[in-house]
Design a protein around this ligand. Structure first.
Ligand SMILES: *[C@@H]1O[C@H](CO)[C@@H](O)[C@H](O)[C@H]1NC(C)=O
Length: 280
């Protein structure tokens, strides 16, 4: 067994969701998997055009005067066969009649959570579970959260080896220079915030809790002076931003991030988000 695989904190609650001001809502649509699209020859593009065949052909002009067209915003291929789309209620009704439609539900917004796993496990240097571990060497942790502050000393790659050969993920183009052998991937799935930079703080907190490097002399105005470190200080981090700065995380974006993380080759997902729905 490799290092501790413990960072899966993933709570989805199901409560009815109030309708938003716009005429369009975001839905996660589940469709049947076509046998012809499951063959190894069929490409993601074929899958996408199958998904697009469920979408309405017409442009929507909402009653409120805000012109917005129904559109697909994420398409999924690993976690489920389906997609997320902005639709009106009547467009959804039309979609439900199409062969291959399975189900649809309105998006939910999750909020930020935290964890006490390190103290629960009694992680202290040269003691407990840590003593016999390799500090997470060679492990890739996917952090699905508010993004990351890449210049934080916890994400220094001093002493870090390059990512394992199986790694297929990327740092998106406007972030490439921020990545290193510790922070090996970063992408944003927030529709109106294309940068993986963390302007909330939660994602930086969870990423450094999971895999932050040893940082000596960490203190708050001289208090609690000591060494800060994550659970797996030699693990690599790949960041998937799904929450806006206000800490609102849509489940269609979370699903898109998980779908991508599977393609990328991550070993563990850290998802410290949960119930307590709020509207965007
Ligand atoms: C924190 O502790 C280190 C090592 O004992 C010391 O060198 C440093 O000056 C301390 N920093 C503060 C702000 O107290």
């Amino acid at each position: 067994m490799g290092f501790l695989k413990i960072l899966l904190i993933f709570i989805f609650c199901s409560f009815p969701w109030p309708s938003s001001q716009s005429d369009l809502d975001t839905y996660i649509v589940h469709v049947e998997a076509l046998k012809s699209l499951l063959s190894t020859q069929s490409s993601l593009r074929d899958l996408e055009s199958y998904y697009l065949s469920f979408m309405p052909k017409t442009t929507t002009i909402s009653a409120s005067g805000n012109e917005e067209t129904a559109r697909m915003i994420y398409s999924y291929h690993n976690v489920m066969k389906g997609f997320a789309a902005r639709l009106t209620a009547s467009q959804l009704k039309e979609m439900e009649k199409k062969p291959g439609f399975v189900s649809a539900r309105r998006q939910r917004i999750l909020s930020l959570h935290t964890t006490h796993t390190p103290s629960f496990l009694g992680l202290q240097q040269n003691m407990g579970l840590w003593k016999d571990s390799n500090n997470g060497k060679g492990v890739i942790i996917g952090v699905i959260d508010t993004g990351i502050s890449p210049d934080h000393p916890s994400f220094s790659d001093v002493g870090m080896p390059p990512p394992p050969a199986k790694w297929k993920g990327v740092c998106q183009s406007n972030f490439m220079k921020k990545c290193n052998n510790k922070l090996i991937g970063a992408r944003s799935y927030v529709l109106d915030d294309g940068s993986p930079i963390d302007s909330n703080g939660h994602g930086t907190h969870t990423a450094s809790t999971a895999a932050g490097a040893f940082v000596k002399g960490a203190n708050v105005f001289g208090n609690a002076n000591g060494t800060a470190v994550g659970v797996a200080p030699l693990a690599h981090i790949s960041v998937y931003k799904v929450c806006n700065p206000a800490g609102e995380c849509s489940d269609p974006a979370i699903l898109a991030a998980i779908d991508a993380a599977i393609d990328d080759g991550i070993d563990i997902l850290s998802i410290s988000l949960g119930g307590d729905q709020r509207r965007i």
